[in-house]
Design a protein around this ligand. Structure first.
Ligand SMILES: NC(=O)c1ccc[n+]([C@@H]2O[C@H](COP(=O)([O-])OP(=O)(O)OC[C@H]3O[C@@H](n4cnc5c(N)ncnc54)[C@H](OP(=O)(O)O)[C@@H]3O)[C@@H](O)[C@H]2O)c1
Length: 413
């Protein structure tokens, strides 16, 4: 590796294998937390030192997802405080970003799976390979050391260079552009795990799959993958335009949630309020039946709004079916009618990110079925805070946002 003191402008790349000592990075700091528009700042920082199993990536395109919004707000936690927890040096800033596609610029001495110059995409799931739980055969995703790179761990993708662990790197497939490859980690991979990982409730041909936020980053990918597995995805959205978009991706139909009002916490409802909730949930379920053309309930409900919708999700799920939940955008405290859980033997399953193996499975499906991740807007580097503010507002988001760091580079389809 050759080191240089030159600071490269954003968009410029050093020769492969030449590694600058300093770089541009969008940092957050404790005194700026709050509004994503002002929490992020473009600073010059030192590049991190690599450990023996780590890889330095020059980021070409990076995906925008909720992790950046949560981190910028400092809620539900200030990620700068957990910075340094996973063997990285503790810094007083944090570089977010859990999704990227880029070029390998340096590798630690024990790295064998990638080499300098390789085009790679990154899985955000990180863990300590030497943790006793994993050494004894435990799934890394259940290890106490499991965490999300670029959220709980520093040196994420919102910078010219990132530091990742070797097993996070997968070869970027030629059938994806840089931007498509950049947006696969939080959504495609997470969706793949939600649909395929949970034994007893894996997606099968003919299953009805209800997809909240069908036009969003996660939802678009769930629709594409569920369809590829022969299932019948039904999207929930807040406009007919979004519904039409979901149908163009493979949804068999959509429900406009704005027609209903029975959302929120049901634990405090009196008898009359409960009846109203049940009526709303029943009408919602009947709309699924009319889309499918039979009284068939969803075998899988892909949940992430959380507080507002969980009770409805559990209610509409088929007997023995699963609500699989990876987030709670509308609130972390939710209530359900437990009778719907035990009497009909349903399951509420948490699911978090996905492993490199989940990402491989997702890529196999994309190649086989010609799936392209849905990238709806590509922002330039200096609009990274705006990309987060736009996402938080959710106004016109259909699919995913990416931020392009280096243009005019080989590797685009
Ligand atoms: N744990 C993980 O590994 C993981 C990975 C990816 C995402 N997530 C989480 O999943 C959530 C969605 O992520 P995303 O990237 O898909 O975000 P996104 O692109 O912003 O999509 C979220 C969708 O949720 C819908 N929505 C908003 N408010 C709603 C409400 N009150 N009721 C029902 N639906 C509502 C919106 O669609 P409409 O307005 O059209 O209904 C929106 O399109 C976030 O909480 C994120 O943190 C978790």
């Amino acid at each position: 590796m050759i080191r240089t003191d030159k600071i490269y402008d954003v968009g410029q790349l050093p020769e492969i294998g030449v590694v600058p000592r300093k770089m541009h990075a969008w940092t957050i700091r404790t005194d700026r937390l709050g509004n994503p528009l002002t929490a992020f700042r473009d600073e010059i920082v030192d590049l991190p030192e690599l450990r023996s199993d780590e890889v330095l990536i020059a980021n070409i395109s990076v995906g925008i997802n909720y992790n950046g919004i949560w981190a910028a707000r400092g809620a539900p936690k200030n990620v700068i405080e957990s910075n340094g927890k996973y063997g990285d040096p503790k810094e007083d800033f944090h570089i977010c970003g859990s999704e990227t596609a880029g070029i390998v610029y340096a590798v630690g001495e024990n790295v064998r799976n990638v080499s300098v110059g390789d085009h790679v995409m990154i899985s955000a799931a990180r863990y300590d390979k030497s943790c006793p739980f994993i050494l004894e055969g435990g799934e890394p995703e259940f290890s106490p050391t499991y965490h999300i790179w670029g959220y709980e761990a520093n040196w994420g993708s919102f910078a010219q260079f990132s530091k990742v662990t070797d097993y996070q790197c997968l070869k970027k497939p030629d059938f994806f552009s840089w931007d498509e490859a950049a947006v696969c980690s939080a959504t495609g991979t997470t969706a793949s795990r939600m649909l395929r990982h949970w034994e007893g409730n894996r997606v099968k041909e003919g299953d009805v799959v209800l997809v909240w936020g069908g036009a969003g980053g996660l939802g678009t990918s769930v629709i594409q993958q569920a369809k590829a597995y022969g299932a019948l995805p039904v999207a929930v959205v807040s406009s007919d335009e979004r519904g039409a978009y979901c149908c163009s991706l493979g949804a068999v139909g959509y429900i406009n949630r704005k027609k209903y009002t029975h959302w929120g916490n049901i634990s405090e409802l009196d008898e009359e309020g409960y009846k109203k909730w049940l009526l709303g949930a029943t009408m919602f379920r009947n709309e699924i039946y009319s889309i499918i053309g039979s009284r068939k309930n969803p075998s899988i409900v892909v949940e992430h709004p959380g507080s507002d919708t969980l009770s409805t999700s559990l209610f509409v799920t088929a007997n023995g079916g699963m609500v699989v939940l990876c987030g709670a955008t509308t609130g972390y405290i939710a209530s359900v009618d437990l009778r719907h859980l035990w009497i009909y033997q349903k399951r509420i399953q948490g699911s978090h990110a996905g492993s490199a193996e989940d990402m491989r499975e997702y890529l196999r499906l994309c190649e086989k079925c010609g799936i392209k991740p849905s990238v709806c807007r590509i922002y330039p580097w200096n609009e990274l805070p705006k990309a987060h503010a736009d996402m938080a507002e959710g106004a016109d988001l259909m699919g995913k946002y990416a931020v392009r760091i280096v243009t005019d580079i080989e590797g685009d389809r």
